[in-house]
Design a protein around this ligand. Structure first.
Ligand code: NAI
Ligand code: SOE
Length: 388
């Protein structure tokens, strides 16, 4: 049995998700050629790091990510800190020859992601960016249908990511609402997941024409700690300005001639994790809504006239990743399963010495599109995408 030792940097929401995935991956995908071993977890204080090591099952803990990155016993560095730390940790980890998985967005902007990309390419280490929603079996099934030509040439992509957790003005000014820590607002935090869908399913975006808005101009300050994602309201705390977008809306043109749109907001009352796409092709259409993540809706041009309309496929053993998941369709894919599949694919890329998907290159291209969306909103014009 061969193990790879994981150093997890950050001990908040995503530490829980990634730790579950490391523990569960071999239980789902067996036999596993390489098994993750939860070696060291890092956070900013001894108390936080020690508690996290007990809770998430790590052998030891630290408050010094640089020491963990340099530790010769560590094989994999997993970055689950706020976005402003991704670049420095990834570059140091690459210099030390570690394989790296980083949470999304890859960094705050495309200058940072460019440097990260160069670092992993120079060091020749495996690199993955954690756009886990593309790992949902129904999304992988949509990709399979598209690659097989089932819906023909793609004409249109409509994607949304709508949440409500910050619609309340007393929802705190956590790191997600500070440009120096997050880079951007709804765009980087959730819009990037939709850009990932667009690139994965349709192809490269070539031009954007965008609008952004910051509806709530100031919020009560949350000092330190993990982002509680609007579950805490700070009515009496001091307020400070929000310097990131609350909402973005963008038109898209793709290299292959398709057109489309993306909307993202965290201020949509009633919407919780409304991550959707609808794709129209010359021979059919596909629709996915993460809030009903077992299902892919399909409609084909050659359906008989009396059977036209969307029908539901419930993903299960016959579909992507079905061999490792549950034996009956619609038994229930959850957020954890997307992370288990992500870690499975990351370890598989290491075992087979193949590129990860999505990689830092994908994360960089998403950052280039994100920068163009902000530029377009500011200049009120179409902006071409230039990948270097
Ligand atoms: P969080 O606020 O829950 O946790 C961040 C943790 O990092 C905190 O415990 C904080 O103390 C720690 N930290 C801060 N500075 C540190 C340092 N210098 N060294 C070690 N630890 C440090 O944040 P969350 O929600 O876990 O987000 C982390 C990353 O994951 C972000 O990039 C975010 O965009 C991404 N994310 C991705 C999701 C997905 O579905 N793929 C879901 C949620 C977050
Ligand atoms: C908050 O918007 C958040 O936690 C994002 O950071 C994640 O990327 C998304 O998947 C869930 O919502």
């Amino acid at each position: 049995m061969k193990f790879l030792n994981v150093g997890l940097i950050g001990a908040g929401f995503m530490a829980k998700a990634h730790s579950m995935a490391y523990a569960s991956m071999p239980m789902f995908f067996w036999p596993a050629k390489l098994i993750p071993y939860k070696k060291t977890i890092v956070d900013v204080s001894d108390d936080l790091a020690q508690e996290a090591s007990e809770r998430f099952g790590f052998e030891n803990y630290s408050t010094d990510w640089k020491a963990v990155v340099r530790d010769p016993e560590i094989d994999v560095i997993d970055i689950v800190t706020p976005n402003h730390l991704h670049e420095e940790i990834a570059i140091e980890a690459a210099k030390e020859g570690k394989h790296i998985i980083s949470e999304k967005p890859l960094a705050r902007n495309s200058e940072e992601t460019q440097r990260m990309l160069e670092a992993v390419q120079n060091a020749n280490v495996k690199n993955m960016v954690a756009f886990n929603y593309r790992k949902t079996p129904a999304v992988a099934l949509a990709k399979k249908f598209i690659d097989e030509g089932s819906i023909g040439r793609i004409l249109n992509f409509r994607g949304t990511y709508l949440q409500e957790f910050s619609a309340d003005p007393n929802s705190p000014l956590s790191w997600r609402f500070q440009k120096d820590k997050a880079g951007s607002g709804a765009l980087g935090d959730i819009g990037t997941h939709v850009i990932d869908f667009a690139h994965y399913l349709v192809g490269d975006i070539s031009h954007v024409m965008s609008l952004t808005n910051t509806w709530i101009k100031e919020r009560p300050v949350q000092s330190g700690g993990i982002d509680k994602l609007g579950t805490v309201k700070l009515e009496d705390a001091e307020k400070q300005p929000v310097d990131v977008d609350d909402e973005i809306s963008t038109l898209l043109k793709f290299d292959n001639g398709a057109i489309g749109s993306i909307e993202a907001t965290r201020n949509a009352w009633g919407r919780q994790n409304f991550l959707t796409f609808e794709i129209h092709g010359e021979k059919g259409s596909l629709y996915f809504n993460y809030e009903r993540r077992d299902e892919l809706q399909v409609s084909f041009a050659d359906d008989p006239d009396d059977k036209k309309g969307f029908k539901t496929i419930y993903t299960g053993p016959a579909h992507p990743y079905g061999e490792g998941l549950w034996p009956i369709p619609a038994l229930g894919i959850g957020y954890s399963e997307t992370k288990i599949i992500e870690i499975h694919d990351f370890f598989k890329a290491i075992v087979e010495n193949k590129e990860c998907s999505p990689s830092f290159l994908d994360g960089h291209r998403i950052a280039v599109v994100s920068d163009a969306i902000l530029k377009s909103a500011e200049s009120e014009s179409w902006v071409p995408i230039k990948f270097q």
